[in-house]
Structures are given as structure tokens and as C-alpha cells.
Design a binder for this molecule. Structure first.
Ligand SMILES: C[S@@+](CC[C@H](N)C(=O)[O-])C[C@H]1O[C@@H](n2cnc3c(N)ncnc32)[C@H](O)[C@@H]1O
Length: 240
């Protein structure tokens, strides 16, 4: 059975959007994964089809109603992990993406306006996930980010030519830099070791570059990587 994505949204026309193209699009066409959108507005009960209301306690903006969102969630596949996309959520990580890709799929609730009434998030036990420390106008671009990251990890999607193993975050480090032809461009040469044909030296250079870049750009990742490496029995094991 395909990996299943269910997206609950007020803007179903945003899907599959960019996921209809390239690797994800081919995999969608080939049935590696399936996408279903649920239009939250279909679950409104009044004649105006309202999905939101003013916030208790005052303040600007509108809040998605718990009864409408709950009815929409009831229409999603109950066996899928259900995620509410919100800037208040836990940051999305490659590890979480890997877990989701290894499961049956995911149901994603996209907020709009000021967000979703907290009671339905709690009543449904939704996992709250953020795609970064910035505020989008809606959960849809966040859902596209999460789905893109997960779908590329599904078996067969990337093919033999590409591998996720070396990607940034896979080993707790950012990835080393890449170079292709020409070997010299605008007076800039490719690092000589990459032209040496010495695979051990190339692997060592890439590892050093990955460590240097992570140390310089992401002290948080570097500290976690060091803590993990310190738990390993011998330094040689860390190089593999
Ligand atoms: C304008 S935002 C609401 C922001 C909310 N008032 C706050 O400050 O936390 C509307 C919707 O966009 C989505 N969204 C915005 N930024 C996001 C992020 N960084 N990660 C995931 N979803 C996000 C959420 O679904 C949110 O309910």
C-alpha cells in the first residue's frame, strides 16, 4: 500500500502544488505515495459555512473553531499520526521526518488566521510541529515542506543515483560542500583531494569539512554531535 498523506486545509487547491513536479511528482504519479486533501470548510455547520470565530479574551484575528476542525479530523484516516502545523510546535527534524517516512503516512492540519482552538489540539492529541522560527500565513507551505522531506525518503523515490545517507543531519552533521566540472572556474579550483582518486582521503576530507561547517554554523548541532561521539567506545568508530 502507498504511503498516505492527508492534508486538512482551507485551501485544498494549494496541493499537490510543487509536489506534482520532479521526484515527488513522479512518485505520486507512480503510486508510491497518495495525497488526499480534506477541505475544512466542508465541515462547517452554519449557512455561512463559517470555520472561525473571534478569540476569547480579545485580540486581533480569528481562530479556527474546535467543532469544525474536529469534524474534519474525524474524516482523516484514524491510523495515521496526526500533526498540527504551528510555530509553537517542536522543530521538525530529519529524525522525525525519517520516522514518518518509515510509517504508514501522516495527516497534517494546516492552521490559518491566528491558529486553531487549543482544545481540539489537546482532545485529539495532535503532535505540534514547526518548520522554523518564523511565522507563515498558513500551515500549507509548512505541510508542503514536511511532505517533500518525507516523500524523498520513501523507497525508490530518489533512485540509486542519489542517497540520503550523506545528507545534512543524517549523521548529526551538516553536509560537506559539493563540486562538479569544470575543475577550474573563474580562477577557482576544486579542492585537489577530490581529483586525487584516493577514496579514503576524499572520505576523510569530507568528514573534516562536515565537522568544520557544523562547528562554525550550528553550535547546537555540533554540541549534540560531540555528546553522541563521546558516548562511542573509540575515536575510530566516529569516522565511519
Ligand atoms: C499566521 S499563523 C498563526 C501564528 C500564531 N498566531 C502564532 O503567533 O503562533 C497561521 C498558521 O500558519 C501556520 N504556521 C505559521 N508559521 C508556521 C511555522 N513556522 N511552522 C508551522 N506552521 C506554521 C500554522 O498552521 C498557523 O496556525
Amino acid at each position: 500500500m502507498s504511503w498516505r498523506a492527508v492534508v486538512l486545509t482551507l485551501f485544498p487547491d494549494m496541493f499537490p502544488g510543487p509536489l506534482a513536479l520532479s521526484l515527488a511528482g513522479r512518485a505520486l504519479a507512480d503510486g508510491v505515495w497518495a495525497l488526499r486533501t480534506i477541505d475544512i470548510r466542508d465541515f462547517a455547520t452554519d449557512r455561512h459555512r463559517s470555520v472561525d470565530d473571534v478569540p476569547f479574551g480579545g485580540g486581533a484575528g480569528m481562530v479556527l473553531r474546535p467543532d469544525v476542525v474536529d469534524a474534519a479530523l474525524a474524516a482523516a484516516d484514524p491510523d495515521l499520526p496526526a500533526i498540527c502545523l504551528t510555530p509553537r510546535g517542536a522543530p521538525l527534524t530529519q529524525a522525525r521526518v525519517r520516522d514518518l517516512a518509515a510509517g504508514p503516512g501522516v495527516a497534517l492540519l494546516c492552521g490559518r488566521y491566528e491558529g486553531v482552538d487549543q482544545r481540539v489540539i489537546e482532545a485529539r492529541g495532535l503532535e505540534q510541529v514547526s518548520v522554523g522560527d518564523y511565522v507563515l500565513s498558513g500551515g500549507e507551505p509548512a505541510a508542503l515542506v514536511l511532505l517533500d522531506a518525507a516523500v524523498r525518503l520513501l523507497p525508490g523515490v530518489m533512485g540509486a543515483a542519489a542517497s540520503a545517507e550523506d545528507d545534512s543531519f543524517s549523521a548529526g552533521l551538516l553536509e560537506y560542500p559539493h563540486y562538479t566540472r569544470p575543475a577550474e572556474w573563474q580562477g577557482r579550483a576544486v579542492p585537489p583531494v577530490l581529483l586525487s582518486g584516493n577514496h579514503a582521503a576524499i572520505a576523510a576530507w569530507r568528514q573534516e569539512e562536515a565537522e568544520r561547517i557544523t562547528r562554525e554554523r550550528r553550535p547546537d548541532l555540533w554540541a549534540a554531535y560531540r555528546a553522541g561521539a563521546d558516548r562511542l567506545p573509540a575515536p575510530a568508530a566516529r569516522r565511519n
